[in-house]
Design a protein around this ligand. Structure first.
Ligand code: SF4
Length: 61
């Protein structure tokens, strides 16, 4: 699985970082950076994508 973020949509809520801290990090600009584009913990990343309030995360299998 591959995960990307649309930083224009991200509002920096941090929900994804809480669910998958190895994969996502809110940076100083208040938008998320993807630390692991092909994450090991796919379940956590799927959950993060579902819970993102602005649908900023995209997943590709
Ligand atoms: S959950 Fe969505 S809006 Fe919140 S920090 Fe992550 S990508 Fe950004």
């Amino acid at each position: 699985m591959r995960v990307t973020v649309d930083r224009e949509l991200c509002v920096g809520s941090g929900a994804c970082e809480v669910l998958a801290p190895d994969v996502f990090e809110v940076d100083d600009d208040g938008a998320v950076r993807v630390l692991q584009a092909e994450p090991d913990d796919e379940d956590a990343v799927r959950q993060a994508a579902q819970q993102c309030p602005t649908r900023a995360l995209s997943l590709e299998d």
